[in-house]
Design a binder for this molecule. Structure first.
Ligand SMILES: *Cc1c(COP(=O)(O)O)cnc(C)c1O
Length: 494
């Protein structure tokens, strides 16, 4: 998808809504002005209910389930919450232990944390370096009092596919419920849930070209009794998720699932080819690491770390690409991805990762343009970094001041030429976030003409204010100040 020359490569965060899904939804809304509560018995209501049941069948068919096994929710977050909280609370008298993984989406992890506050014990299994969860590690974590295992099908950051058949089999042998978050799996490859030892499965419309705000929890026949609802009200969705069903949303979800099912055969190979094409071009840049290498992965996600490049600076320099560092959820917090850390990546490489995710509307041209842009910016940022310059010491009229260093958030080196007691010219090398880069460049512009005593123009707090740097980044500016102090210490004749 190309809008204003922006290339959308963030399909794992959300997919564009397919035009035919938009058509089905707007027709549904326009029809009788959305009249008809599907719970009502008059003809308006009955028509809405019929449409919903037809859509439910499409949603069920995508994963090989029966319509009665589908509970509509507001999305995968709610489905994960309903599965994890609902299954744990309903079975608390049987046992108070659950097993999940360190690489779950927050929508799966946070309900586990909540349950710990309610007196449950949770064991989080870590992945192998490839990003794969070893089913034997899950087996080791099981206890007699374990009532639920929740391990995702496809990881949203790396695209690594987990062995749900093996993990589910361990659970089934022991009578433990198995839930899997399939938000990144549904619609990506054929799923026949009845052939798998899976009891609960979460998925969501907006990851498969449907609207946001609607998802589903598959509840295998017979499992309903081992689940407590999160909401209470009118009894809809067999009491598991009461509330008036949003007819147009459900219809959009159904249309999206029908489309996805039709495209399963052709999309996989096409996206695999695009992924390999992108990886070949990125690998050629050098100093590039594939996250999830060696594990089976879905075709539409490629997660790559770039040595010697700060991730935030890379993403913000790639203005023509809409993509994420790590996952969309963790990029707001600026923390290095906990998923990549769990894979054994150090902070620096975890922070310098890009997640390329693409799909139905991505073309070969998009992929090639993205690879070209990434090469350009990786090379530019590396050339700007002190790491790629032969470090020299102050000598003669040249003053070299440095602070931070490899593996740190900031690494800065100023190189000043001093003539007659004043700075005559300045160059600098810097590694860091976009704010650090901007302030370093701004300082370098201001230094010519300065004397030893007046070398530091104001304070880091003032620089932050002038350039709009958020307060939490102030520490990075202190490192820039340290480098200028280092210049003062090395000033000729001082
Ligand atoms: C997107 C996503 C979710 C959250 O889904 P919503 O429908 O946005 O609530 C949960 N788990 C995974 C793996 C996801 O990718």
């Amino acid at each position: 998808m190309n809008a204003n020359d922006l290339i959308y490569l963030d399909y794992a965060a959300t997919t564009p809504v397919d035009p035919s899904v938009i058509g089905a939804m707007t027709r549904s809304l326009a029809e009788e002005a959305g009249c008809g509560n599907p719970s009502s018995l008059h003809p308006f209501g009955r028509r809405a209910a019929e449409r919903i049941e037809a859509a439910r069948s499409e949603v069920a068919a995508l994963i090989g389930a029966a319509g009665e096994e589908i509970v509509f929710t507001s999305g995968a977050t709610e489905s994960d919450n309903l599965a994890v909280l609902g299954a744990a609370r309903a079975q608390a008298d049987r046992g108070r232990h659950l097993v999940s993984s360190r690489i779950e989406h927050k929508a799966g992890l946070d309900p586990c944390k909540r349950l710990e506050k309610e007196g449950f014990a949770v064991t989080l299994v870590g992945p192998e370096r490839t990003g794969r969860i070893d089913p034997r590690a899950v087996a080791e974590a099981l206890r007699p009092e374990t009532v639920l295992v929740s391990v995702m099908w496809v990881n949203n950051e790396t695209g690594v596919i987990q062995d749900v058949a093996a993990i589910g089999a361990l659970c089934r042998e022991r009578g433990i419920l198995y839930h899997t978050d399939a938000a990144q799996a549904a619609g990506k490859f054929p799923i026949a849930v009845h052939d798998l030892p899976v009891d609960l499965l979460s998925f969501t419309a907006h990851k498969l070209y449907g609207p946001k705000g609607i998802g589903a929890l598959y509840v295998r026949a017979g499992v309903r009794a081992r689940l407590l609802p999160l909401l209470f009200g009118g009894g809809q969705e067999r009491g598991l998720r009461p509330g008036t069903l949003p007819t147009h949303q459900v219809i959009g979800f159904g249309a999206a699932c029908a489309l996805a099912r039709g495209a399963l055969g052709s999309e996989g190979p096409r996206l695999t080819a695009l992924r390999e094409r992108l990886w070949e071009q990125l690998r050629a840049i050098g100093g590039v690491y594939l996250n999830g290498e060696g594990a089976e992965r879905v075709p539409g996600i490629l997660n790559v770390s770039f040595e010697g490049v700060e991730g935030e600076s890379l993403v913000s320099a790639l203005g023509e690409l809409a993509l994420s560092t790590g996952s969309a959820c963790s990029s707001a917090s600026g923390e290095p991805s906990y998923v990549l850390r769990a894979l054994g990546r150090d902070t620096e490489l975890a922070q310098s990762s890009l997640r390329f995710s693409f799909g139905r509307f991505t073309s070969t041209d998009d992929i090639d343009a993205a690879a070209r842009a990434v090469r350009r910016e990786v090379e530019r940022l590396r050339a700007l970094s002190p790491a790629t310059e032969r470090p020299t010491v102050s000598a003669g009229d040249e003053v070299v001041g440095e602070a931070g260093g490899p593996g740190r958030e900031v690494w800065i080196r100023f190189r000043l030429q001093v003539r007659a007691g004043r700075v005559s010219s300045v160059t600098h090398r810097v590694y860091g976030c976009p704010h650090t880069l901007a302030v370093a460049a701004w300082l370098a512009e201001r230094l010519p003409g300065s004397t030893h005593a007046a070398l530091i123009p104001g304070t880091p707090a003032q620089w932050a204010e002038t350039l709009g740097v958020p307060a939490e980044k102030l520490g990075r500016l202190l490192t820039l100040e340290d480098a200028l102090r280092d210049c003062q210490r090395r000033w000729p004749g001082v």
